[in-house]
Design a protein around this ligand. Sequence first.
Ligand code: 5CA
Ligand code: ZN
Length: 414
Amino acid sequence: MHSWSAPAVPAVPGEAAALRLFDTASGEVLPVDAGPVARMYVCGITPYDTTHLGHAATYLAFDLVYRQLLDAGHEVHYVQNTTDVDDPLFERAERDGVDWRELGAIETDRFRSDMEALRVLPPRDYVAATETIDEVVEMVAELLDRGHAYRIDEAVDGHADVYYRHRATVDFGYESGYDDAAMAAAFAERGGDPDRAGKEHPLDALLWRMERPGEPSWPSPWGAGRPGWHIECSAIARNRLGMGFDIQGGGSDLAFPHHEFSAAHAEAATGDARFARLYVHAAMIGLDGVKMSKSLGNLVRVQQLREQGVDPALIRLGLFVGHYRTDRSWSDDVLADARDRHAAWSRAVARGTGADAADAVRALRERLADDLDTPGALAAIDAWAGATLTGDASDPGAGAAVATAIDALLGIRL
Ligand code: 5CA
Ligand code: ZN
């Protein structure tokens, strides 16, 4: 599937800082320590009702990761999926009387357009679930061969679906750190089917769902059907990035069960190596204090704001006011503050001569490299703009130099 077009990223003079990120699995901020080609997978959208500001915040957090890696001289192999086969998509398509494929295509286009407007760097491989059914089939076969998966007895409810034995890997649970009670609660709440008849254990996860009337299906050695959710990301990431890739990312609502099972499936199928080195999660965005979600309907969409004439740079700035690991809300005040900040930075940059640029750029880099401390990064530029506007302006090239750094590292062109 085609990705979207990339914004230009200028080179920033001076030395980059080494990126450290909070890893959910270890509970610590760790150096990313990638090789010359940094490898990152970020879970993509389920294409209906996109792109709300929660989605945007998550992809912007990983855009900052990408930009800091580029600054440090890495090439980045970035992979993202779209979950274009899933129950919520079918339900929405049915409600609206459209074909699920058409709904997926329209929403994916909208997402691409929003990402482009937000100046988000595109994945190198942008992959739809429907494009990778053969990869899923191959991986389910591996899991069955190794005895890590089983089929439900057809006599139980007529469908011999394939399930994954959740304890197939010895350290299952390492990614989220959830205990049994937390796993049970999250599994039930986030797409799992603990009460499905015929499973060996409530936490066993669906790998292959046999065809039901009215549902799309693809051939497999077990009969026509479609992939479960976690195996999709597991196969797409493993086949493009290999095992032990650097960063598996997404929103905090994916830490369990999705990322736990994506990792476990691949680890069980390969028999050894770890899926990803770091598991990185962005916090949830709400509207006036309530989590923004498609099911609650309290969405603010990027498209809506764009149609109102809001500069997408203000969405970036507004979302960066809080730290990516802090749940936070969007509101009219956030937007108004972003507008004021953008205006102040623009005025300072337009002066040309300003306060010392090297200091400001160093502080910006340091703050962002420290687990994407955007509040600190914004404060560093606020301080530079304040000093520039109140007269401490003796560095002749400062405006251009700081603007370049803001463009490259924060993705905001003033
Ligand atoms: N297709 C799956 C991932 S494989 C999925 O979760 N799709 S999604 O459309 O529901 O979400 C896309 C991304 O946005 C995920 O990383 C999810 O964690 C994140 N996300 C969803 N809601 C919010 C929110 N309110 N705030 C921040 N991030 C969110
Ligand atoms: Zn995923």
